[in-house]
Design a protein around this ligand. Structure first.
Ligand code: SF4
Length: 506
């Protein structure tokens, strides 16, 4: 009988310990802060790591030129970004193809799942071959945490220390970014927040490279950020950005620079922390373990068998989650990120399951639905913006399908789903502007309601704020009561004791 050879992707993955000193590991795809801090942290472990710049339109063009048809939008941007960099190394820096293939490799995340994420590595291979870089290595982190590379003397050692270092850098970037989004919309001097954030990045990178002094660096960041002059008595619409992970995280053309566009239009953005994705992965693993424990065993009578292994796994997952949260909140405290809450994954699963089964995976799963409902019922934002890449299967099903039912049941929701294709920025921006109009009105109504409820007028609010040094600081964030920061600040000022003798006003 004829033996048929099965096709397999001959992805070259050889990366040995001996090659580590002369091999540059390229990576990228998160925010500039994440990429910068991860580069510094992992370099401290002895790797030559280099973050790629944020993907732009040129990267998209390379992705479209060399990628397969019908891919989802992040594929074109991320694959094209790598090709663009390699072409730069070849054509501008003068490296020959062999040098590039021997001295560089790319590390990326991958997964096996219902969406195209699982096909990314094959896409990289195809595009690299067609762009003239056949043999260029792409190492893939699987969801399970394993890495495909040469067995003996592996170049990239995925030890516990490696993952802790990676997670630490990601969490640090999350807290710094969150501070930036809280401060920048209210800065008095344009650009002062970005200058402070850049100094924070330098301080944290230095601490990560030295592998000590992180707490001190965070406190220095706190002082630096607190010194940014702000005026939070401005009623600005708060916009929660949700959607597909890459599209809502990137800061470049992949989402038409939406975060900066929104801030330019006078909004305050609430972005999702990257570590939320890790918490979601932990939740997924715990959920699946619990479900497996309910399966009938193969024992006679089909009775369930008490097993120790899944219980131990659940315990370890719970421990991992607790350590992660503790570490995140410690960083948040040191940098001055007060009142920030990581999402409670069990709560999101509970909220979302009536609309999107918890078992459905790919993309953000039930999280996108649950975040919208939570945002509406808990008055977290004036507008929820879901960013969906063109060609994204899970996100299209949610934002075009399920969210229609959610908004029908919660008519007070101001929800907009936008599709990112790389072109069509004007169309997306004008749709966002229309949704922002309603959000702006809601923010102003909320602010006036706060003035009426507290019984203080605009002038008195300024006087009260002037007398509260702590509330004036950029790192101070008023406790949540309604969506708008200015209204929340009014409520806080009204609660604080007011020394009338200082100004004579109420
Ligand atoms: S979630 Fe959507 S955009 Fe992201 S990899 Fe999957 S199919 Fe592509």
């Amino acid at each position: 009988m004829e033996t048929i050879a099965q096709w397999h992707d001959p992805n070259p993955r050889t990366f040995s310990k001996a090659q580590r000193g002369r091999t540059t590991l390229l990576f990228g795809g998160l925010t500039a802060m994440h990429d910068g801090l991860i580069e510094a942290a992992v370099s401290s472990l002895g790797y030559r790591l280099q973050a790629l710049p944020c993907p732009d339109r040129e990267a998209l063009q390379y992705g479209k030129e060399f990628g397969n048809r019908s891919q989802c939008n992040p594929t074109y941007f991320t694959v094209g970004n790598l090709i663009k960099h390699l072409i730069h190394l070849r054509d501008v820096e003068g490296l020959d193809r062999e040098q590039i293939i021997n001295d560089y490799l790319f590390v990326t995340a991958g997964a096996c799942g219902p969406c195209r994420f699982g096909m990314y590595v094959t896409e990289y291979r195809k595009a690299l071959r067609d762009a003239g870089f056949e043999g260029f290595r792409v190492l893939l982190f699987e969801n399970a945490g394993s890495l495909q590379q040469s067995e003996a003397g592996t170049g990239l050692e995925l030890t516990t220390g490696f993952f802790i270092t990676l997670l630490k850098a990601a969490m640090l970037a999350d807290v710094v970014n969150a501070m930036g989004y809280r401060i920048r919309p209210y800065e008095v001097v344009a650009g002062s927040t970005d200058t402070a954030l850049e100094e924070c990045r330098t301080l944290l990178c230095a601490a990560l490279r030295k592998r000590r002094g992180l707490r001190h660096a965070l406190r220095q960041c706190h002082r630096r950020l607190a010194a940014v002059p702000v005026n939070r008595l401005q009623a600005k619409p708060k916009v929660a950005i949700i959607g597909e992970f890459w599209a809502m995280t990137t800061e470049g053309e992949g989402n038409y620079r939406l975060q900066r566009f929104l801030e330019g239009e006078g909004a305050e953005c609430e972005v999702q922390a990257v570590v939320s994705w890790v918490l979601y992965s932990i939740w997924e693993a715990a959920y699946d373990t619990r479900e497996r424990m309910l399966l009938r065993s193969e024992q006679p009578g089909g009775r369930r068998r008490w097993e120790f292994a899944p219980l131990r796994q659940l315990l370890l997952l719970r421990l991992g989650r607790a350590v992660l949260q503790r570490c995140f909140y410690r960083y948040a405290r040191h940098i001055g990120l007060a009142g920030y809450h990581l999402p409670d994954m069990d709560e999101l699963a509970r909220i979302g399951r009536d609309y999107y089964a918890n078992e459905l995976r790919g993309g953000e799963g039930h999280m996108e639905v649950a975040k919208l409902i939570q945002g509406v019922t808990q008055h977290k934002a004036h507008l929820t913006l879901s960013i969906k890449p063109f060609g994204c299967m899970p996100s299209s099903g949610v934002s075009d399908g399920v969210q229609s039912l959610v908004t029908a049941r919660y008519p007070e929701a101001n929800f907009l789903a936008v599709e990112t294709t790389g072109d069509g920025a004007i169309n997306v921006h004008s749709r966002v502007q229309m949704a922002l109009f309603r959000a702006r009105q809601a923010a102003e109504d909320e602010y006036h309601a706060a003035l009426q409820t507290t019984g203080i007028d605009g002038e008195q609010a300024i006087a009260r704020l002037a007398a509260q040094r702590r509330c004036r600081q950029a790192t101070h964030y008023p406790p949540h009561r309604v969506a708008g920061t200015a209204a929340n600040l009014l409520y806080e000022l009204a609660r604080r004791p007011w020394p009338q003798r200082l100004t004579g006003v109420r």
